[in-house]
Design a protein around this ligand. Sequence first.
Ligand code: NAD
Length: 405
Amino acid sequence: MAPSYKAVVDKARQAFRDGRTRDIEFRRQQLNQLRKMYVENEKTFLEALKSDLRKPHLEAVIFETDFMLKDLDYILSRLDDWVKTKEVPSVVPEDKSYIYHDPYGVVLVMGAWNYPAQLTLIPAAGAIACGNAVVMKPSEVSPATAKVIETLVPKYLDNDCYPVVCGGIPETTELLKERFDYIFYTGSTGVGKIVRDAANKYLTPTTLELGGKSPCYVDSTADMDIAVRRILWGKMFNLGQTCIAPDFVLCNKEVQDTFVQKAKEVLKEWYGDNPAQSPDLCRIVAERHVDRLAGYLNDGKVVVGGKVDKNDKWIEPTILTDVSADSKIMQEEIFGPILPILNVKSHKDVINFVNDREKPLSMYLFSNNDAEVEDILRNVSCGGVTVNDTLHHAASKSSNLRNAQ
Ligand code: NAD
């Protein structure tokens, strides 16, 4: 049976009530310790990421270790401004009104396995900067990285204020019985509902960073070389296991033929005749996910790739055509290197296709027809969009700029 985490949460709450985590110099010192942890242990993180997902060095640096470091530097550079009490106009002219930035209390951060270091540590750093105590729960599906977080965090950070809890479903179920003041969860929609149910008991404010199906649209005005390269880059990063990865392509039949031909050339140029030997492609995180993905190969005609090696947790970069909108692959987030192509006749079909389904996390439009791009943007609601590229909007500084204003 999983242990109770009452003592862990009580200790963190006591530390919060003592006022320790609110103190700005304490926050800064702890954030600097976190920074030191990243710098002194980059190699350890990279080895763990290799062990969990066989992440290529460059991907692991760009989207994990360097990403965490840059985020922390940004937090440290903005901290004084963020915590400043701000005077605002009062209704009664003689009064003075202020906005105080108050921490929530004890925050639970639950990370997912696909970017297993940063998805736990970046939200934790934000919560520390805001003056909270933080309980970190890395994903058990990426055990090597979870172990690194569990081992290193107590060596660098205050042990009462910032505990790490490891474990699978039984442990997380037990942990969620505790009362938190904020929950920051990253993961699938299914577990998001479990987290939301647990939070409901105390009306705990919750952030749910979930997944979804992110469509690409390629029209006949698009630069096909750019479209193919950028869609495949976004899809093959982390072998498709990215929340905002291009999930499927919508295009007309002629565009599809050119896309498939070009994709064959590009994949060969990047990964050679045997992509399984390429050092630039990582692996599927677990055998059960290989089985899930292999099942999708029957949902269309395999025109590129299609090889599966369960022992190596490998699915080859694959393109499917003749895919029905009702097939299983079109009902679930793919989260792997399989790219289905479905045919549409016009950009209006794209608007209807997307609006008939759950709102996408991201959308990627490849077109040089500005009026039609604008029409799609005005008529479709989704988390974020990049035009003529993929993934990039997620790294844009827009949210930082908003904070700075
Ligand atoms: P996962 O299996 O690692 O689960 C996420 C967390 O939930 C883990 O900490 C895990 O221990 C916990 N958990 C799992 N099952 C549970 C249960 N039954 N009860 C309580 N806790 C449980 O990750 P996953 O869910 O496979 O993650 C992949 C999903 O995450 C994808 O859908 C992806 O799109 C999404 N994601 C979203 C973002 C974002 O920023 N929006 C980022 C990365 C991943």
